[in-house]
Design a protein around this ligand. Structure first.
Ligand code: GLA
Ligand code: ZN
Length: 665
């Protein structure tokens, strides 16, 4: 297994590097990722390349037997370049240039920037593609970080016009499809179409924006495509100059401006950056991080790496809480359990200067290995010992939640009700299912749904008849589908389709939504097969027609009307959930539905705060059991197991220390 660290040799004197490499090897660290911010080191002035530092560290690390993930350094365009071509800078929605001083300040549609990227990528690829220790390349660093997907500069404006022209063909078609007759916004030509930047109606503080929603959605797609095109350009350049090892990029669980399903396609594998200790409130290390792992796995429906795995306290201007002893190990196991077969800790040692002085790593500022180093060393040894179990097994899930970036963008622009948050709804539902000890995939709409016993489609607003027929064939064949409120009501142009709700999915659900209530943070009581619970955020008012009513509202002016229904369709069933609710209540609902659908669970009884992930192998299956509680827990077992980590034979139950982990089989 890849067990690595992100390393910044440019921050440290050369005579320290051998000691760093020695300490790494002692801790089972076999991989370093380097160079993503090294442009100004490698090309200190235009066309003058200096590979002294990079040659040395690559040479030294290779002699130490290290694998190297080498990055293209385009995340930090140097000052000389920006001074020469200020046109490369991004522009924000208010028309202000996003200037120098941090990183990622370039526009993805700058032709000039592409040319300079091409030169440095060529130099690096030619120089290092033959090095057998360079086992993979990473493009750039976290595309989209710091809100940099959407730029409003004149390069983007020109590129957007072209993007629209190739999509719509004629300006009349654009005006018609997007509904420009509203407020008389007809555009006379593609060149005249504006980027949806700030308007007189915008009021950021009040969350108000006024652009045509269809134009906005197209702009989101265009901006995401601009990053995709730039990524493909970099891949092609690397390949052209001899790189024949896998190429990857580090995605981020909490970025929503890039269509990661599309961006994942051109890579051999993807990776992501996982910082559980900056997840807060309900987005805790258990719920949000576990969701993000499943979500990232779904981008390619494959294994992945964590390219930046949290290894210490962190923050920029202030620090977040220090990981408690055991937590770093727990988070590492959590990554592996969910499908990571590469784990690279960020970072080796915190910098003594620069923006991220507070962002800790495996060592401390003084370079001394202490508790975190020991914990990571222990984890490395353990993972080596159980590597066969890990590499030989895969997650198999009976449940899949459908996620969509069109919906992410559309819901964010017009969020239906005050506190409507698409990603939070998805994560809450995911968590309600996984807390029942059920494995759960998160994927985009795909033709291979038949592999799942239950497909959950929350708030699938932007949709099409094609998607409805794909789902219809899944359900007809015996699948079970759960659709929620705010689904099926908009077309692919972000226009309301004018159909009786739930629009494209009406026939599947066998109901009519005849009214609705944007409940916001008010609660509406519900009662039915799940007992009593409270609805919030959104309540559909339903005519259940011939469907079976499983729950109804018990208060307010629509008291007595259905809110959960089930409809037989072909050999399968379609559940409709007309309201949003909290995690424990969703759990009750999905406990019922998943049982009816015959969904497999781990054979352990759920214990609060204890995460289980079930992995299947040809020989023996195994269960990762992870205690996210600060207190010890005792987990009841259904039979005798062995813990692969401790080698203990387990009888009636398993005791886990605070943040303890077992891999049982
Ligand atoms: C991100 C980046 C890193 C670093 C860390 C800490 O995830 O990819 O370069 O900035 O966060 O801030
Ligand atoms: Zn731009």
């Amino acid at each position: 297994m890849i067990y690595g660290t992100d390393y910044y040799p440019e921050h440290w004197p050369e005579d320290r590097w051998p000691e760093d490499l020695r300490l790494m090897r002692e801790a089972s660290i076999n991989t370093i990722r380097i160079a993503e911010f090294m442009w100004s080191v490698i090309e200190p002035s235009e066309g003058h390349f200096d590979f002294t530092l990079l040659d040395k560290i690559i040479g030294m690390a290779s002699s130490a037997g290290m694998n190297i993930v080498l990055c293209t350094p385009t995340a930090a365009p140097p000052k000389w370049l920006m001074d020469l071509h200020p046109d490369i800078y991004q522009t924000d929605g208010s028309g202000k240039t996003r200037g120098f001083g941090s990183r990622r300040h370039y526009c993805f549609n700058s032709v000039v920037f592409k040319e300079y990227s091409r030169k440095i990528i060529k130099e690096m690829a030619v120089r290092y593609s033959g090095n057998k220790n360079v086992i993979a390349w990473q493009l750039d660093n976290e595309f989209g970080c710091h809100d940099t997907v959407r730029c409003y500069c004149h390069n983007c404006s020109t590129a957007f016009s072209k993007w629209l022209e190739s999509k719509y063909g004629s300006i009349a078609a654009l005006n018609e499809k997007l509904g420009m007759s509203f407020w008389g916004q007809h555009y006379p030509s593609f060149e005249s179409v504006v980027l949806p930047a700030d308007t007189v109606c915008d009021n950021k503080a009040a969350g108000m924006h006024a652009h045509n929603p269809g134009l906005f959605l197209d702009y989101c797609r265009f901006a995401s495509d601009s990053v995709f095109d730039y990524a493909v350009f970099q891949i092609n350049e690397l390949r052209k100059y001899g790189v024949n090892v896998p190429i990857t990029h580090n995605f981020m669980g909490s970025f929503y401006d890039l269509d990661y399903y599309k961006l994942a396609e051109p890579f051999e594998f993807i990776s992501w950056d996982c910082y559980p200790n900056i997840a807060h409130g309900p987005f805790s290390s258990l719920s949000e991080v576990s969701y993000n792992h499943d979500k990232v796995r779904g981008y390619r429906n494959d294994k992945y790496w964590v390219m930046e795995q949290c290894s210490g306290q962190n923050g920029w201007n202030y620090m977040h809480e220090t990981p408690r002893p055991g937590e770093i190990r727990l988070w590492a196991y959590q990554s592996v359990a969910h499908g990571a077969d590469g784990l690279v800790y960020f970072r080796w040692r915190p910098a003594l200067f620069g923006t991220e002085q507070y962002w800790h790593g495996i060592l401390d500022h003084d370079g001394v290995p202490r508790q975190r180093y020991d914990e990571i060393k222990q984890t490395g040894k353990e993972l080596e010992a159980i590597s066969e179990i890990v590499t030989g097994s895969r997650i198999t899930s009976d449940v899949c939640i459908l996620n969509s970036f069109d919906n992410t963008w559309s819901h964010a622009y017009q969020k239906h009700s005050e506190n409507f948050d698409y990603n939070r709804i998805l994560y809450t539902i995911h968590n309600s299912i996984t807390s029942l000890n059920i494995n759960c995939d998160v994927r985009a709409m795909c033709p291979d749904l038949a592999a799942y016993r239950l497909v959950v489609m929350p708030a699938y607003n932007i949709s099409s008849e094609e998607e409805a027929s794909l789902l219809a064939s899944y359900v007809s064949g015996g699948g079970c589908l759960a659709i929620t409120f705010r689904s099926g009501n908009r077309d692919l142009y972000n226009k309301i389709n004018g159909l009786v709700l739930p629009g494209y999915f009406r026939e599947l659900c066998g109901i009519d939504v005849i009214n609705y209530d944007a409940a916001g943070s008010s609660v509406r009581p519900v009662s039915g097969i799940t007992g009593s619970l409270n609805a919030n955020t959104w309540c559909d008012i339903i005519n259940g027609k011939d469907s079976t009513v499983l729950a109804e509202y018990t208060g307010g002016f629509y008291s007595g009307t259905p809110c959960i229904t089930v409809n037989n369709f072909g050999k399968g069933k379609v559940y409709y959930i007309g309201f949003n609710t909290d995690m424990p209540s969703y759990s009750k609902i999905f406990d019922y539905i998943s049982e009816k659908a015959g969904v497999r669970r781990t054979p352990l009884r759920p214990v609060p705060g204890v995460e289980t992930v079930f992995r299947t192998a040809s020989g023996s299956d195994c269960i990762f059991v992870m205690n996210h509680n600060e207190t010890p827990v005792i987990v009841p077992l259904d039979r005798a197991y062995t813990d692969a980590i401790s080698k203990d034979r387990l009888g009636e139950c398993l005791r886990l220390e605070p943040f303890g982990v077992a891999v049982i089989y």
